[in-house]
Write a protein that binds this ligand. Structure first.
Ligand code: HPA
Length: 264
């Protein structure tokens, strides 16, 4: 089976629903096993992977990011659109707003964040991240969301924390000074591994709450899930519509490793 398009669903996005003929696949990778769904949407084959598992049983720091990206690569996937729930550091990015992130800051601590572990495994590779997310996928997301007349942000810096706790107000103030717009717990190393694997990858964030210290109340997982529930059908539609309408040719450098790798 060869599938070129994939969705990684974050918090609140556990099932693709509008994908048809779905069947569950268990993919064995050198990093562990990954379960995902394969199906069709408007005649295109699409894979769907729920990052936290179907019942939100896997916390952000325990997600096997390497197995997930490796499994997609094995299926033949070339393009991935991912969703993330985020807290907002900016008053003008209110809950319910969609953000097509264009930069990230990695504040994770103990994650397996590379496929290149030295001589016995892939050699030494330093990957370029000047343009962290696939420009072609971002362009098409912007086009599809603009066409719907929805209020959204076409850029944004995503800061990824280790989690699973939420941040302190002092951390949020510091992150805002660094230039972060939104904060989440799962975008990295997913995006970096995807680039190492030569996959086009873009992230569509949904602001589910104002971040700690900006929000007038203590944060709860419930408010995050409730906002996701309000917007989940919209997210599904946008992501699938964009994936299946993409031109066949990749017009980016996400897969062009020769430009930025060493030691191969
Ligand atoms: N912080 C970190 N992760 C999140 C948040 C937040 O405020 N909201 C949703 N995911």
């Amino acid at each position: 089976m060869k599938i070129e398009l994939a969705i990684i669903g974050g918090t609140g996005f556990y099932h693709p629903e509008i994908i048809e003929n779905t069947k569950e696949l268990l993919i064995n990778t050198p990093y562990g096993d990954t379960r995902l769904l394969a199906g069709t949407y408007k005649e295109a084959s699409v894979a769907f992977l729920s990052r936290h598992g179907e019942k939100h049983g896997v916390p952000p720091h325990r997600i096997n990011y390497r197995a997930n990206i490796s499994a997609l690569k094995d299926l033949g996937v070339k393009r991935v659109l991912a969703t993330t729930a985020v807290g907002s550091l900016k008053k003008n990015l209110s809950p319910g707003t969609l953000v097509i992130t264009d930069q990230f800051i990695d504040f994770t601590k103990g994650r397996d964040g590379t496929f290149y572990e030295g001589n016995s495994s892939g050699g030494v590779v330093h990957t370029d991240f000047t343009e962290p997310y696939c420009p072609q996928l971002r362009k098409n997301l912007i086009k599809a969301i603009s066409a719907r007349g929805i209020d959204f942000a076409n850029t944004g810096t995503y800061l990824c924390t280790e989690g699973p706790r939420y941040e302190t107000p002092a951390e949020i103030k510091a992150f805002a000074l660094w230039g972060a717009d939104v904060v989440g717990m799962t975008g990295i190393p997913e995006a970096t591994l995807a680039r190492e694997a030569g996959l086009c990858y873009a992230n569509l964030s949904l602001v589910t709450n104002y971040a700690a210290g900006i929000s007038p109340h203590a944060l709860t997982h419930r408010e995050v899930v409730e906002m996701m529930q309000k917007k989940i059908n919209l997210l599904r539609e946008i992501i699938l519509e964009v994936l299946v309408a993409l031109p066949k040719d990749r017009e980016c450098n996400c897969w062009n490793k020769e430009d930025y790798t060493l030691g191969q």
